[in-house]
Design a protein around this ligand. Structure first.
Ligand code: ZN
Length: 286
C-alpha cells in the first residue's frame, strides 16, 4: 500500500467516526432546563419519572404547618392543572407577605412530566400557549409505562382499574411507578397538614377516604375550597369505581386531602382557584 492510499484510508476512517459521533450526539434527549428559583424559594427534586424527568417541589414560607398543592398527576391530558400550579408559584413568589408565618406552602407543579412531554412535546414549564385539543392529549394522562398514576397508590389497589368505563393499567403493584413512589416518600417524610390535587374536568371538589370514612377535617377542606371557588361540593366521586387513588392513600395515612376538578380542559380558571387556594391558606393560617 502506498502512502497516498494510507492517508486516504485514515481520512475516511476519521470522517466516518465523526459522522457517527455527530449522529449519536443529536440523538440524545433534549437537556432538561435547570430551574433558577429565587433565594426565597426552597427547591427540591423529589423524584424522577420513568424517562428520568425531574419531579420538583417549590416551597414558600417557613412555618410548621405544611400545605401541599399538586398539579398534573394526569400529565398532558390535564395540562391546565400543571399551568395552574406554575401560576400559583408565581403568585406565592410575588405575594410572599400574604403567607401567614405559621405556614409553609409547597407546590409540586408537574407530577407526571412524561405524560406532559408525550402529548405537548415540552420539557419543564408549560403555559396556556401549549394547549392542544383534548382528543389529542388523552395518551398524556398516563406515564411512560402507560400507567394511570392515580390508580397506582395503596388504597384498594387492583392491577386494572377504570377511567370512564375504560380499563386502565394501575401498574404491576401499588407504588410500582417512580412518580407514585416520589409522592409517597415525600408525604411520609413531610406528613403535611393538608394536600390538594388539581385535576380537570368536572367542576367539583371531592373529599377522600380509604374504607375508614371521611374525616371532619377533610370534609371541612372540601367545603372551604368549594365555597371559595364556586365549584360544586362533593362527598365522593361516584361516576365510576376507582381503585388505587392517591387521595385515598393519603387519607389512609392520616393526611387530609381533597381533589379539585377544574371545570374545563381549556384554561386554568385562575380567579376561582386563587380564591380556593387562599381559602385553604386562611383556614390553616394564624
Ligand atoms: Zn385527573
Amino acid at each position: 500500500m502506498n502512502k497516498r492510499a494510507l492517508w486516504i484510508g485514515l481520512v475516511a476512517v476519521a470522517v466516518i467516526g465523526l459522522i457517527i459521533l455527530i449522529s449519536k450526539t443529536s440523538n440524545k434527549p433534549e437537556p432538561v432546563p435547570t430551574p433558577s428559583p429565587s433565594p426565597s424559594v426552597q427547591y427540591e427534586i423529589i423524584g424522577k419519572s420513568v424517562e428520568g424527568r425531574n419531579i420538583e417541589s417549590y416551597t414558600y414560607g417557613a412555618g410548621d404547618e405544611h400545605l401541599v398543592f399538586i398539579g398534573g398527576i394526569h400529565g398532558g391530558y390535564e395540562w391546565n392543572s400543571v399551568v395552574l400550579a406554575y401560576n400559583a408559584m408565581d403568585y406565592l413568589e410575588t405575594n410572599k407577605e400574604s403567607i401567614p408565618e405559621n405556614l409553609k406552602i409547597t407546590i409540586i407543579p408537574s407530577m407526571n412530566p412524561d405524560g406532559v412531554y408525550k402529548v405537548l412535546g415540552k420539557e419543564g414549564r408549560i403555559s396556556e400557549k401549549d394547549a392542544k385539543p383534548t382528543e389529542e392529549t388523552i395518551p398524556g394522562r398516563f406515564n411512560a409505562h402507560n400507567v394511570d398514576l392515580n390508580r397506582n397508590f395503596d388504597c384498594k389497589w387492583q392491577p386494572e382499574s377504570t377511567w370512564r368505563g375504560n380499563k386502565v393499567s394501575a401498574g404491576t403493584s401499588a407504588f410500582s411507578e417512580p412518580e407514585a413512589q416520589a409522592i409517597r416518600d415525600y408525604m411520609l417524610k413531610e406528613h403535611p397538614s393538608a394536600v390538594v390535587f388539581w385535576h380537570s374536568q368536572a367542576g367539583e371538589v371531592y373529599t377522600s377516604e380509604c374504607e375508614d370514612g371521611i374525616s371532619d377535617e377533610t370534609r371541612n377542606l372540601m367545603k372551604t375550597y368549594a365555597k371559595a371557588s364556586g365549584y360544586k361540593e362533593s362527598e365522593t366521586f361516584d361516576y365510576y369505581a376507582v381503585t388505587g387513588d392517591a387521595e385515598g392513600w393519603l387519607a389512609r395515612v392520616g393526611i387530609p386531602t381533597i381533589t379539585v376538578e377544574l371545570k374545563t380542559h381549556e384554561n386554568v380558571e385562575w380567579d376561582r382557584n386563587l380564591a380556593g387556594m387562599k381559602s385553604i391558606i386562611n383556614y390553616y393560617g394564624k
